[in-house]
Design a protein around this ligand. Structure first.
Ligand code: TTP
Ligand code: MG
Length: 349
């Protein structure tokens, strides 16, 4: 049976929730993220509403830059536990709507993003009706807008959603896939990051339609296994299934220092706090861990990681502490540069 896949992604999620909760900010540029401290803040933007995006502000931009671009924007801290609650409510609305129609397959990608397998609706017309109803329900019950993309697979549904933002709905039927993807920039294909794109640009390839001219063997030679996947994706082929079970793969924390530092006392103090926080989350979920990763970003933004995989899984704080500190210590011994950020991540099992 031919598949019909729906991708739903909330618009400017954190910022839209803040706008809903604070009507006095409505219509103004809103930036959710680290404290800007009059332009001296050192963290990053989590997200910005569409009004603030007009000034060039976007996720992961240093908050100091965001402040320079629009000092009059409303800057708000990240209230993640509240956004999680909203996220759960939205998922509930979606899963109820799906079940009512007789569907079962929903994949949760992140706080504000899901895929649904709605092949059972049998036609794109029905799929479009379902999506319109879903958008209406979320708006009515949660007063929030989202965008939906529909297509024959995850790839096409996701790109359709990206193209229809904000508050949009775009349906790409199988016979439209080729003409839809052809004129788009190559970076829109997952797997084509900045480096891959640069390599392709150098040989005159900017658009997906140009990229289709390369043979599978050429792409394989240039990019290895990823090249083979790119070959399929540019033709709109994507067999990935909707994964219904919620999979938490890792737990992590990171911290940006107020001032770059190489003082081990300061670094270890923060690190110990992160260790306890990560451990707390592990305990709440009753998870085991096996791989521990320490992340270190130096003052020039160069970022390195060091990992350790244990012989056996563990849930012991002492083991986590010992192994993570060993990794951190190696960073401090091997480098004399100042550190901007440290992070800790554990792969769970
Ligand atoms: P996105 O869906 O990528 O972004 P968005 O919902 O803010 O905007 P849109 O989908 O309309 O383009 O991410 C969802 C939330 O995740 C976002 O509101 C904030 C958070 N987030 C970060 O904290 N840091 C990031 O770098 C990104 C990309 C998202
Ligand atoms: Mg979103």
């Amino acid at each position: 049976m031919k598949r019909i896949i729906l991708h739903l992604d909330m618009d400017a999620f954190f910022a839209q929730i803040e706008e809903r909760e604070n009507p006095q900010f409505r219509g103004k540029p809103i930036v959710v993220g680290a404290e800007p401290k009059g332009g001296r803040g050192r963290g990053v933007v989590s997200t910005a509403n569409y009004k603030a995006r007009k000034y060039g502000i976007h996720s992961a931009l240093p908050i100091s830059k965001a402040f320079k671009l629009c000092p009059n924007a409303i800057f708000l801290p990240v209230n993640i536990s509240y956004y999680q609650k909203v996220s759960e409510k939205i998922r509930e609305i979606i899963s109820q709507a799906l079940k009512r129609k007789g569907g079962k397959k929903m994949e949760i990608v992140s706080l504000d993003e899901v895929y649904l397998d709605i092949s059972f609706l049998k036609s794109y017309k029905e799929a479009k009706n379902f999506a319109q109803e879903l958008k209406k329900k979320i708006l009515k019950r949660e007063k929030l807008t989202c965008t939906i993309g529909i297509g024959p697979n995850k790839l096409v549904a996701k790109i359709a959603c990206q193209k229809a933002k904000p508050n949009g709905l775009l349906v790409i039927t199988p016979k439209k896939v080729k003409s839809f993807l052809g004129p788009l920039d190559i970076e829109i294909i997952p797997g084509i990051g900045p480096k891959t794109a640069e390599k392709l640009r150098k040989i005159g390839i900017n658009k997906i339609s140009n990229l289709r001219k390369l043979k599978k063997s050429q792409l394989k030679e240039m990019f290895g296994k990823v090249g083979e996947i790119i070959f399929e994706r540019v033709r709109g082929i994507d067999e990935r299934e909707i994964k219904t079970e919620k999979v938490i793969k890792s737990i992590g924390k990171q911290y940006t220092f107020q001032k770059d530092t190489k003082n081990p006392k300061v670094i270890f103090l923060v690190f110990e706090k992160m260790l306890r926080e990560v451990y707390k989350e592990l305990k709440v979920e009753n998870f085991y861990f096996k791989t521990i990763t320490v992340i270190c970003r130096f003052s020039n933004f160069e970022t390195h990681t060091k990992s350790k995989t244990l012989k056996e899984k563990s849930k012991d704080l002492k083991v986590l502490e010992k192994e993570a500190k060993k990794l951190l210590l190696r960073f401090l011994v091997e480098n004399s540069r100042k550190i901007r950020l440290i992070g800790l991540r554990v792969k769970i099992c």
